[in-house]
Structure formats: C-alpha cells, structure tokens
Unconditional design. Structure first.
Lengths: 752, 239
C-alpha cells in the first residue's frame, strides 16, 4: 500500500464511486428485502382477498339462486303446481326452465311436496326424487366429471311469509363452476385453476364447500405493479447512480485531476527548465478558481523565475566574460584558454585531426615594465594584443595567458600555415611603432609552436609544454624568434621542466654552495696576457654539472635573474677573497638585464669595488638588457664606471646591433658575439661588414673583444680586424678553479 | 261490478281506471279477478301458462260474485265488462241472471280471435279419448298467438263463441245491454257495431279509441259509462 501512497485523485474518485456503488447496493438490498416483505404481506392479503372473493362469490351465487327461487315461488303458476300438479312436467320444463329467463348454469328445477316428494314421478336431470332433511341444506355432487350444486328452498303458503305453512319445496340444480364463473368476475382467483375436491359418489354438504375448493391466485396486480415500479425505480436509481458516478468521475478528472496534472507538468517543466516550451499549455485557464489562482501564482512565479534566470544568465555571462576574458586586452585569459583547451582535447581526442598551439612571449617585457612603468607596459600589451589579433585569421582566438604571454590554438590546419601565421604575428609586432608610448627600443615577441595529431593522445596532452619549450627556445639569444618544437629541444630545456634541476638551481641560489664559478680567460691580443677572466656560472648537482643552457631558461622562467646575480656575485666575492683568481688579472661579471636595474645588485657590485686595487673588474651586460631598460641601466652603469668598474657590452651582434644605440650606451668594452666572429671567419660580405664594424668600434674608442676564437685562423682574422682581446677555446675553456690561458704564444708570435 | 279482459286482472286498464272513477263518483264498485284456475290469482296469466280454465267456469265465478253482492244487500247491480269480460258477462246474462242486475255495459265486446284449424284440432283431440282430452296443445286465442297452452276442451270453451254465436247471445240477454266500442279498435271488424245495433243494442263508439288497453280515451270511456249509469232511473236511488 505504501508503495502506491499517496493516491491519485482518480484513485480517490474510483474509491468514492465504489463507495457510492456499495451504498447503492446496500440500499438496493434493503429495498429488495422490504419489497419481499411487502410482497409476502401482499400475497397474504391477496390470498385473504381471494378467499373473501370466493366466499362473497358463493354468497352472491346462493343469494341469487335464493332470489330466483323466491321469485319462482311467488309465481302463481308455480304455487298452483302444488295444488294441481296435472301439468307439472309441462310447467317445469316449459314455464320454469323454458321461459328463456333461466340462467345457463341452471340445470334443473324441481318442486317437492311438504313431505319432500318430487311433484314429478321421475325427477329431471338427477334431481333427487325425495328430499332428506340434510338435502334441504344443499349439497354438491359429481356427475360426469362436472360439479353440481343442489339447493332447496321452502315455498310458503303465503308469499314471503315464513311463518305461514310450507306449501312445498323448490329445488335447483346448478352447474357449480359455470355458476361461479358466470356470477362474478374474479380479481384474485384464477378461475381456470378452480377445482372442487370431490369424489364421484360423495354428497358434499354445502356448508363444507369452501374447504374443498382449490385454486391458484392471479398475480397480485398491485404488488406486481409495485414490484415493477420499484424495479424500474431501482433501475433508474442505478442508471442515475452510474450516470452520477461517471459524471462525478469526469468532473473530478476534468476539474481536479487534469488541472492538477497540468500544474504538476508545469512544475516539472519548471524544474527541468522546459517551461518556456510548454508555456502554451499553461496559458489556458483552469475551470476551478482555486487551481486557476495556483496556475496564476505559478505563472507569476515562473515569470519571476525566468526574469531571475535571465538576470542570472546575464550575470553568468558577465562572470564568464570576467572569468574568461582578460580585462586589459579583452581577449580570452588563461581560464578561457584552459576551457578551450579542454574542449579541443575532448573534440580532437582520438581523431586524425591536427592540433597546433602557438605561444607568444614579449621579449624583456619585465624590463619594459620596470623602465617605462606599468601603465606603459599595459599599453604595450594592448598594442601587442591588437597587432596579434589583426595578424591572426578571422575566428582564431587569442589568449593572454599572463603578463606578456599569449597563445592561440589551431585545429585541422597545416603546420606551414601555422608557422606562417607565427611569422606574420612576430613580424607585425616587430614593425609596430611603440614610439608614441615613449619607447625607443624595439619591442619583439618570440613564438613557440607545437603541433600534434588528435590521434596521438600523449603528444596532444603535452602540447602546451612543447609549445612552451619551443617558445623558450625561440627566446634564447641568437635564435630565430620563432621555434617549432622538436624532440631535441627536450634535452636543452629539460632543466626547465626537470624538477631535479630546478630544485638544484633553487638550492644553489638560496645557499650559494652549489654554485661553481668557471673562469675563461680573455687574452689581450696585444701581448698575449690574460686581460681578465669571464666568470661563468655552473651549478654542481652531485657529480653532474648544470650548465647555463639549463640554468638560464629556469632562471628566466622563474624571473630569478636578480637572485642568481646576487648569488654569483657572492660566489665571485668568495673566490676573490680566497685568492682563487690570479692577482693583477681581472674578473668580468655577467649581470642580467634585471640585475642591471636592481639597486641591490648594483650595491653588491659596488661592494666588490674593494678588490679593484688588485683586480680589474668588468661588468658584462647584454645588448638586449641595456636596450630594454636603457635609462636606468645607463644610470647604474655610469655609477659603476665612476666607481672604477669597466662595462662590457656582451653578445654584440646577436641582437639589434644598432650603432645608434651603441653610441648612447655607457660601455667601455664591446664583446662581439660569436655569430659575428663566425661571419668574420667566413669572410665574404658579412665578414667584411663585421671587420669594418670592428674597426669602426675600435676607432670610436671602445675596447673590442672577440668571442669564440677556436682556431689560429680565427685569431689571425681577429687580430687583423683590430680587436683588443679575444676569448675562446683556443685560449682556454671555462675552468674551475681558474686556470692560465694557453696558446698565448701565438699572439706573441703574431704580434711580433 | 266490473270485469277484466282476457287473462288480465281487475287491476289492469281500462277496468282499474274505470273502477276508480266510478268509485269516486259514489258508486259501489266490485272488481273481481277471475281465478282462471289459480287460487287467489292476482297477476295476469301468460299465454304460455297451462290454461285449464273454461268460459263456463268464468261465468260461474261471475254468478258467485253477483250473489255475493246481493248477499251484501245491493239491489241495483250494473255489470260492466271489458273485452272477453264483456263476452263472459253477456253469456252470464243469457243464463238466468239475478233480478238485481239492472243493466250491462259491455266495452269492447269482440269475439276472441281463433283459428278454425285449431278448433278442428281440439275437437279431434277430444275425440281421441281421455289422453287426447288431457293433452296440452298450443292454440291461437285472443292475443295469444299460437302459444295459448291448454287442453282442447278448455280451449274450445272460449274458441267456440265466434261472432254469430255472440250476436245470438244478445237476443238471449235478459237485462238491458249497452255496448261501447273504440273506433280505432284493430281487433274489431268495421261492421261489428252495426251488427250489434242490428240486434237492437245501443252501441256507443268512442272516436279514436282502440281496445282501451292504453288508457288514451280513459276519460271518454268513463264519461260514457257514467252517462249510461246516470240515465238509469234505478241508479239514482240505488247509489
């Protein structure tokens, strides 16, 4: 039962109808019972009435016969028969019986004397010849299967005077059944069923007649009519009850169940959020005021809910936009990227669909930010965003992953086209004019590109990492600004994503113990003596040595340049203090772009000024570090110069190599990048340019250092080009502890 | 004394009405009913009843009633008869009537209708002996049309008195007789009043009157009878 609880209105309606049917049935049974009782009573009354009817009929018959006898006895002719019976037979047969007035049931008339003797010698039709005293009371007898009634009446001497002498007797013989039937109409007794229980020889006294009559009754018309009426009434009541039940059911269904079902559907629709589709169903009015009120309330509630829903949707959209859009640029943010990336993964996963990811990163953006302020930095980001958006295809989504890092995704596109797009973007940004923002140096972006097939789930999953690796590869000095990921990059940038290496780097920076400075001699090309040693950092990780190629990507990625600079300066300071550097030589300290503009670093460098008495101390900065933060860098570098430090511009020729910039840079030494040296070594037009550039720089008063001297031929070229100093494997690899330069004799010889 | 017609009683018209009228006029009126074979007869007798009575018996009963009157002291007696009652009174007058009888007024005196064949048959039966004489037969007599049940002798006692025998009786009557007839009496032959008159008997014919059974000319009849009585000198002192 509990399983079906609560019951539906239809169930209650059916139960109600069943109750009505039960009550109707009980009432019907009671009525039927009453009817049967009435019927029994009516049957009793009917039987009594029939009995009475029969008694009355007999009485009537006998009275009638008596009157006939009386009338006959009053006839003078009849009376004369007693006195003069000569023609009695004629009178009896013709005057008494043959007058035409005798009823048909009258079978015979006979006159008897005072003594009871028949006036006729032979009485007619079985009439008794002589009357006994018993006979005078009347009797019944059977003759030829017919019942006959014999009655006798006295004839008085004076008419109608019973006190007068008896003249004789008059006797009648009646066909009893005919007489009964003729005399009266019967309402209760079925006359065809009336029989007299009399045997052949019996003379039944009239007084016992009633006891020997058997009969059946007509059906009581009133009872039958009453029964029919009640039956008809019961049928009508039944039909009315059925009609009422059906009507009740229909009414309950129409007025309650169906509207409630509609309301229930409405509520379900509301719950399932389909109310909008079903509105048509719920706008129709309901026939019950209370339910109509509920429907109105529900509709009001629904419209309020829809308003709230719409408002929530709008808020959600706003929130989604806030959550997925970058407020500065308006493009999708990292969350948007993550969502889309997950979507791409789900869409392309398992399909032979080429997925490509392109990452952009603004070179030295932190330096720009620090130099020109955040507001300018933001404007740079906005300008880069705008440029990238206009360079991307219509429909390509641009994501700002953070700071100066952007990404875009490509589906089902050839790798060449992605590369061209990357090129277009990088070129467009490089051509962008940022001078309106007060930025003099060029703003560049690097791009890392990685692609994978959707069917290669593993590669697809590592696509962001691959693009990241490619991008950092692109950002490396001297590299193309666009790098397409290949597996070999994993080795170079393993450190970047190797937890062990990263941990070692962090440890080295925080404690300094693991930092190991390797010193490479920079030899004077005029006398072959070591001018100074370039201090190059390595990190000792157990037996392994982590090289800069692995260290700097991590440092740059973590923005730990200043911290590393400090740790390195501390290490060099220690080496100096411990006398690990040959006296009267020098040390060149590589300071990062962020380090150059860090007062803390500058202060640290300045603290090393105490060693200037015995060592030449050179601060090496890269061209890009200077360019991006030239103002503050210039201030700081000049401070250092004033303190006695020399400033070397490292990797000249790997970046912009603008002579215009060079003139404004507060540097003393120009270190030509290895690529420049190779151009020189290769000769040709590029070699000529490098040679003349070297001459020009020398003439401008700078000390010019060549990197990457590995062969004597290169040495010759260098020396011919007027370089002041040289550095390379030819003179010695970076070594720890510091070692003397080799092959310096070549210089002596050449110089000679 | 007033006597009823064929098979009637003293209570039937016109005798009953005439008796009332005459009684009212101061006459003593006796209206006997002939027994016709039935003791204390009070009702008319049906044609179909067994008629054992005879005309002679009837005349004898008239004599008995006349004597009864005389014994009562009445000296002036007028006999008034109607129809067959007139015939029977006429016959009485031919037989030695009492001297107290002063006059006879015979109304609708017409012989009883009979069929000669019936008469012949009755005569034949009588000749057959006792059985034939006692056998009942149906006859036509008066208004009884072939249903007058009677032994032959009793029948013949009435049927034998045809017109001629009746007319002959006028001559034998020993008392003055006056006859009153209805002009419209269908039982009467048109020349019948004249035939009577021819016997020297005064005949008064009441216009439009029939056999006086219907009472239509009851007052005319009464007036006529009263007139006859009034003109009798004996009656003025005999009242």
């Amino acid at each position: 039962m509990r399983r079906f609880w609560p019951f539906t209105i239809k169930t209650y309606a059916i139960v109600l109808i069943a109750l009505i049917a039960l009550i109707s049935g009980i009432m019907g049974w009671v009525i039927q019972h009453k009817l049967d009782t009435i019927k029994r009573q009516a049957n009793t009354l009917h039987a009594d009435a029939a009995n009475e009817e029969l008694s009355y009929s007999l009485y009537h018959l006998l009275n009638d016969v008596r009157q006939k006898a009386e009338r006959l006895s009053f006839q003078e002719e009849a009376r004369q028969q007693f006195l003069s019976p000569s023609y009695y037979g004629y009178w009896r047969d013709n005057r008494a019986m043959g007058s035409g007035s005798a009823p048909t049931y009258l079978q015979a008339i006979e006159l008897y004397t005072q003594q009871g003797a028949s006036l006729a010698a032979t009485p007619a039709k079985e009439m008794p010849a002589h009357l006994s005293l018993q006979d005078l009371n009347g009797f019944l007898a059977v003759q030829e299967n017919r019942d006959y009634l014999y009655v006798f009446y006295p004839v008085y001497a004076i008419e109608g005077n019973s006190d007068s002498a008896i003249l004789g007797y008059i006797g009648f013989k009646l066909d009893f059944m005919s007489a009964i039937r003729e005399g009266q109409r019967f309402n209760y007794i079925n006359m065809s069923s009336l029989i007299l229980d009399l045997n052949g020889q019996e003379h039944l006294p009239l007084s016992q007649l009633i006891t020997r009559l058997n009969y059946t009754l007509f059906p009581d018309p009133e009872s039958a009519a009453l029964a029919r009426t009640i039956k008809a009434f019961q049928l009508q009541v039944l039909l009315v009850a059925i009609g009422f039940a059906v009507l009740l059911y229909i009414l309950l269904d129409t007025l309650l169940a169906a509207p409630l079902h509609r309301l229930s559907q409405h509520i379900d629709a509301l719950r399932e959020g389909k109310s909008g589709l079903l509105t048509g169903l719920f706008t129709r009015g309901l026939p019950v005021a209370e339910l109509e009120k509920v429907r109105h309330s529900l509709n009001d509630y629904q419209s309020k809910l829809e308003e709230m829903h719409q408002s929530l949707n709008e808020k959600n959209d706003e929130l989604w936009l806030l959550a997925h859009r970058d407020p500065l640029t308006g493009v999708y943010n990292r969350r948007g990227f993550e969502d889309d990336w997950q979507h791409v993964l789900s869409v392309s996963g398992g399909h032979r669909l080429e997925v490509a990811m392109l990452l952009f990163d603004c070179d030295h953006f932190k330096a720009i930010n620090d130099t020109y302020g955040h507001q300018t930095g933001d404007q740079v980001i906005q300008a880069i965003t705008h440029t990238l958006q206009t360079s991307l295809r219509q429909g390509d989504r641009l994501y700002r992953l953070g700071g100066d890092e952007f990404a875009t995704l490509f589906l089902d596109i050839e790798a060449d086209l992605v590369f061209q797009t990357a090129q277009r973007c990088v070129e467009a940004v490089s051509l962008c004019d940022f001078s309106a923002l007060g930025i003099k140096e060029p703003v560049r972006i690097s791009a890392g590109l990685a692609s994978a097939s959707g069917s290669d789930t593993e590669s697809l999953a590592s696509l962001p990492k691959q693009a990241d690796i490619a991008m950092y590869h692109a950002k490396r000095p001297g590299k193309q600004k666009i790098a397409v990921y290949d597996e070999s990059m994993n080795n170079d940038f393993g450190a970047l994503f190797s937890t062990g290496i990263t941990h070692a780097i962090f440890e080295a920076i925080s404690k300094g113990d693991a930092l190991e400075m390797h010193y490479q001699p920079v030899v004077s090309l005029s006398n072959g003596e070591v001018d100074y040693y370039e201090a190059l950092v390595r990190i000792r990780d157990g037996d392994e040595l982590i090289r800069p190629a692995s260290i700097f990507p991590v440092i740059e990625a973590r923005r730990l340049e200043a911290e590393l600079d400090l740790a390195i300066l501390g290490r060099i300071e220690k080496d100096l203090e411990l006398g690990r550097i040959p006296a009267h030589s020098g040390i060149s300290l590589n300071v990062s772009g962020p380090g150059v503009i860090s007062q803390k670093i500058i202060d640290k460098i300045l603290s090393l000024g105490r060693f200037l008495e015995h060592y030449r101390l050179i601060v090496e900065v890269t061209e890009t570090a200077l360019i991006t933060q030239i103002h503050q860098a210039s201030v700081n570098l000049n401070t250092l110069r004033r303190a006695g430090f020399k400033i070397a511009l490292d990797d000249f020729g790997s970046g912009y190599s603008s002579l215009g910039y060079l003139a404004n840079m507060p540097v003393d030494i120009i270190k030509f990048d290895i690529s420049m040296i190779r151009h020189l070594d290769a000769g040709g037009q590029q070699g000529l340019i490098v040679e003349n550039l070297a001459h020009m720089v020398v003439k401008a008063g700078y000390t010019v250092v060549a990197e990457g001297i590995e062969t004597e031929a290169t040495l010759r070229k260098i020396m011919q080009s007027g370089f002041s100093s040289g550095q390379g494997y030819l003179f010695g690899r970076p070594a720890h502890p510091c070692q003397a330069a080799v092959n310096t004799s070549l210089i002596s010889r050449k110089a000679a | 004394m007033l006597l009823h017609g064929f098979l009637q009683t003293g209570h039937t018209l016109p005798i009953s009405a005439l008796a009332g009228t005459l009684s009212d006029q101061g006459y003593t009126v006796l209206v006997p009913t002939l027994s016709l074979g039935i003791n204390r007869r009070a009702r008319s007798l049906a044609c179909e009843a067994v008629h054992m009575h005879t005309k002679e018996g009837d005349v004898a009963e008239i004599g008995l009633w006349v004597n009864w009157l005389i014994r009562k002291g009445y000296q002036n007696i007028v006999l008034v008869g109607h129809s067959s009652g007139s015939l029977e009174m006429l016959q009485y007058l031919t037989l030695n009537p009492a001297p107290e009888i002063r006059k006879a007024i015979l109304i609708s005196l017409i012989p009883l209708r009979s069929i000669p064949q019936d008469v012949q048959n009755a005569l034949a039966r009588i000749k057959q002996g006792a059985e034939g004489a006692s056998a009942l037969s149906r006859y036509t007599l008066g208004y009884c049309n072939n249903n007058y049940v009677s032994p032959p002798a009793a029948y013949l006692s009435y049927a034998e008195y045809d017109s001629s025998r009746t007319l002959a009786q006028f001559g034998k009557a020993r008392v003055p007789v006056e006859v009153i007839m209805g002009s419209a009496d269908s039982a009467m032959a048109p020349d019948w009043p004249d035939k009577i008159r021819a016997r020297g008997i005064p005949v008064a014919v009441i216009d439009k009157a029939t056999h006086f059974f219907d009472g239509m000319q009851e007052f005319d009849l009464a007036d006529k009878v009263a007139s006859i009585l009034t003109n009798m000198p004996e009656m003025s002192s005999g009242l």
